[in-house]
Design a protein around this ligand. Structure first.
Ligand SMILES: Nc1ncnc2c1ncn2[C@@H]1O[C@H](COP(=O)(O)OP(=O)(O)O)[C@@H](O)[C@H]1O
Ligand SMILES: [Mg+2]
Length: 330
């Protein structure tokens, strides 16, 4: 549904987006992650046709956004970053206006407006001017606007920014629900959001794509992923370390110290094709053979936060060594 091919955007001397390629299929919610100034909003503006790329191509359902803009843009609902408003309009006035812009009239218009008012819980503020709304309601009004024509594709720039925890949850539920039928791309810097709603994640940093995978695939890239923490009774730290270190698939053993009367160690797996080997069964076996009694036994899944830190920090170090200009605004 969305194809972004080799997208590049220069703002004068600033390279905001540097050769970004990805696709989004129907039924996918793609999370677009990255630090502030990474190029998320710029990429989204190019996808929606609001900003021409310096080079590269965007196709929406096969239509080139630049050469064939009308069919391309008709299919896309867009929630921009700083949702522009029509401050003096009431919520209902605004939504009716948006419906008319999309060529809806009569019963179709009433149905479409009624549907988004329900989905976004706007009933209590229908007759209030937009500039008197709380941030949460204003945001949801904009969100309602972007989904009003029920487009098959949604591009949502930080859709939960500025919402309270309950509102965040409602918006996430809504996105997850809509994601079953649509192709959705959303930007965020909230990692838990990615876990909650996204079927796939890309991380962009300094305008470049540094990661692309499912949340689980990404998690496996975390330095601690697959490591096992185990607490063993009645054995010396040195002995435990020797036994575990000699096992196939074990890369390193750290002794963490004494914990509740047990020696606590952390065992790191060898990686194969970037994925950690599974250590649980190997360790369980050897402990059984040697009569080692253990208290805790915990395998780390890996945290997105670690991966995010790892890939975006590495990029910054590279960038600081080059002439590349970036991150100086926003
Ligand atoms: N209109 C613009 N003119 C000049 N520089 C811009 C403009 N829009 C964005 N930038 C720059 O492009 C880079 C990427 O910005 P942006 O896409 O907004 O990042 P993000 O949304 O990931 O925080 C930043 O360095 C930002 O300062
Ligand atoms: Mg942004």
């Amino acid at each position: 549904m969305i194809e972004a091919l080799n997208l590049v955007k220069w703002f004068g001397p600033i390279l905001a987006v540097n050769d970004v390629t990805f696709t989004v299929e129907r039924g996918e919610v793609l999370g677009f992650l990255g630090p502030n100034g990474a190029g998320k909003s710029t990429t989204m503006r190019m996808i929606t046709g609001f900003l021409p790329p310096s080079s590269g191509t965007v196709r929406i359902d096969g239509h080139d956004v630049v050469d064939d803009p009308i069919p391309a843009r008709e299919n896309v609902g867009y929630l921009p970053e700083n949702a522009p408003g029509y401050p003096e309009m009431t919520v209902t006035g605004f939504l009716n206006f948006v419906a008319e812009v999309h060529g809806l009239g009569g019963q179709d218009k009433r149905d479409a407006v009624g549907r988004v008012v329900e989905m976004c819980h706007l009933r209590p503020v229908l007759h209030q001017p937009i500039d008197t709304l709380s941030k949460g309601y204003r945001h949801r009004t904009c969100f309602a606007q972007s989904i009003l024509p029920d487009p098959p594709i949604l591009v949502l720039d930080e859709p939960t920014d500025g919402l309270d925890p309950n509102q965040k949850r409602e918006v996430r539920d809504l996105i997850r629900e809509m994601g079953k039928e649509k192709a959705i791309i959303l930007s965020t810097h909230i990692l838990e959001e990615v876990d909650a709603v996204c079927s796939r994640v890309i991380i962009i940093d300094n305008g470049q794509l540094v990661c692309n995978g499912t949340p689980d695939e990404l998690r496996k890239r975390a330095p601690g992923a697959g490591s096992v923490t185990v607490g063993i009774y009645d054995h010396k730290a040195g002995e435990i370390k020797d036994v575990f270190s000699g096992l196939k698939g074990v890369k390193r053993v750290d002794v963490l110290g004494e914990h509740n009367g047990a020696v606590q160690v952390k065992v790191y797996p060898v990686r194969q094709d970037g994925n950690p080997l599974e250590l649980g069964p190997v360790l369980a076996n050897v402990m059984k053979e040697r009569g080692m009694v253990f208290g805790e036994f915990h395998t780390e899944k890996g945290r997105l936060e670690e991966v995010f830190y790892d890939v975006t920090r590495a990029e910054q170090e590279v960038a600081s060594d080059t002439e590349k200009v970036s991150n100086n605004v926003g």
